[in-house]
Design a protein around this ligand. Structure first.
Ligand code: PHE
Ligand code: CO
Length: 291
């Protein structure tokens, strides 16, 4: 965790007990607003035809391209009218239980800072571009919003049962890196993908990663990497199907997972529904660290 600058053990100076801080929108510099505009424009060249319809519609509904970093005081009423959600600012990654409590109460915690101009292509920590551009459009969809709220409540339960690691994989492979089978083909809905210009192309078009049908327990057993493009993406049929699958009681699922082995990141199992059997060439040559 030492790579992260924005990680704290307790609410830092100026943060409330729930870790929120004011957005302080007036304090963003012109360079910071410019970074948002650059990233936004770049994604809009890439995402049509790649991001799912819900994402593209949500982006339009929120009107996040009015010049610079969105002002939450302007954005939140639009989001709230659609699904009851709001976005709150936090100083960086927050403890799990704080995160779950926000989600369970329809608040999405967003980083307040934006990446530096020399980090446009890659940063490991979520900044306001990742959090707002990546996550918030999907929260305009009632089914996706319900899934996120249920995830918050499910997180509190998983933490008490000691199975957070399994639930975190579900989040990773859906909310962050999910693909979906849309009416017109394979599309992106994961925030980690739509907020990255390079992974938006890689996730759909590169021959390297596996693309497999979503299966709840399979996903919850699968390891993941946080430092590079994914080696496997899981494809859902629809948001409704994801919601239906996850609203069931995970009690028996967690029981079965206790005795089950983890699944290697590049594995393709006989029972997998295979959209793409990846070559894994990208990972094999060292990923983003390749010479
Ligand atoms: N259904 C899960 C449980 O019983 C909660 C959950 C819902 C988790 C949606 C993730 C997403 O614990
Ligand atoms: Co994220």
């Amino acid at each position: 965790m030492s790579d992260f600058e924005h990680v704290f053990e307790a609410p830092p100076e100026g943060a409330a007990a729930d870790w929120t801080i004011p957005q302080d929108w007036d304090a963003y510099s012109d360079v910071e607003h410019g970074t948002w505009d650059t990233l936004y424009a770049r994604q809009m060249k890439i995402l049509p035809g790649r991001a799912c319809e819900v994402f593209m519609q949500g982006l339009k509904a929120l009107d996040l391209n009015t010049g610079g970093i969105p002002d939450f005081a302007v954005m939140n009423p639009k989001l709230q009218a659609l699904t009851g959600w709001t976005v709150v600012c936090v100083p960086g990654l927050v403890p799990d239980e704080v995160f779950f409590d926000h989600l369970a109460n329809k608040r999405f915690p967003s980083g307040q800072f934006i990446r530096k101009p020399d980090q446009l292509d890659y940063l490991q920590e979520p900044d306001i571009f990742h959090d707002v551009f990546g996550h918030v459009p999907m929260l305009t969809d009632p089914d996706f919003a319900a899934y996120m709220e249920a995830y918050g409540k499910g997180g509190q339960r998983a933490a008490s049962l000691g199975v957070l690691q399994n639930l975190a994989r579900l989040y990773w492979y859906t909310v962050e890196f999910g693909l979906m089978q849309d009416a017109d083909g394979l599309r992106i809905y994961g925030a980690g993908i739509v907020s990255s210009s390079t992974e938006s192309v890689f996730a759909l078009e590169d021959p390297s990663p596996n693309r497999l049908g979503f299966d709840l327990e399979r996903v919850m057993r699968t390891l993941y990497r946080i430092d590079d493009f994914q080696q496997v993406y899981f494809v859902i049929d629809s948001i409704e199907a994801l919601k239906a699958e996850t609203l069931k009681d995970f009690g028996p699922v967690y029981q079965r997972l206790k005795g089950a082995d983890d699944i290697a990141i590049e594995a393709v199992l006989p029972e997998d529904q295979v959209f793409t059997r990846g070559t894994q060439a990208y990972a094999a040559r060292g990923g983003r660290f390749a010479a």
